[in-house]
Design a binder for this molecule. Sequence first.
Ligand code: SAM
Length: 210
Amino acid sequence: MENKHLLKDKEFLRQHILRIQEINKPQNFQQLFSQPQPLVLDIGSGKGEFATTMASLFPNLNFLCIEKRPDRTLATAKRKIKNNLQNLFIFQGKIEHLIPHCFFKKSVHKAFMNFPDPWPKNAYRNRRNLNPEFLEEIYDLLETGGDFHFATDVKSYAEYAYSLLNNHTGFVNQLSTPWVHEVSEEYKTLFYHHAAKDGLQSHFLHFKTV
Ligand SMILES: C[S@@+](CC[C@H](N)C(=O)[O-])C[C@H]1O[C@@H](n2cnc3c(N)ncnc32)[C@H](O)[C@@H]1O
């Protein structure tokens, strides 16, 4: 593990974080990792708890965290370094700036969108990241048979996501219901736990591309 004082050095941590100006259009993300392996996106990865846990559990997959807030990407970089994760990279910026120009088509194995900001008031619904155009872009970058996981604690957002996905001919529901409320421990993110503490149910959707 790196020296402990380096974990407090923002300049050092920033070396582990990519920004849009450092990315090619399109970018071969596999070149970032020590070996090419199926690529998994964590869109809106927060402080990286979920992605770093998954990257430790699945060393045969490469993880790309995408997070707009610099403080949260620094926290993720700390986790990456502490856990010596060679199979995780961090992009600091808005997902809409990374998509659609930076990914090769069909280059992503799985994409997670865990508890995206819900913008519950009607007036702000158009700020939600998941919308028809965004879904089309996700569809284009996922490989055939690729997974799209979406989770939210806001029922109306779950209903909206389900109707978008279910009406898209390129996605097939992997569950026998629109969503499930419970998942195995490693899929329970920080915001799942925040919601549970507030007595809110979470909704987990899982679709595959065809
Ligand atoms: C509610 S938090 C969820 C964090 C984590 N996925 C979880 O489930 O614990 C949503 C995260 O998405 C990030 N975010 C919101 N809009 C984004 C965007 N357009 N591009 C990248 N990240 C975004 C926020 O900064 C925040 O960290």
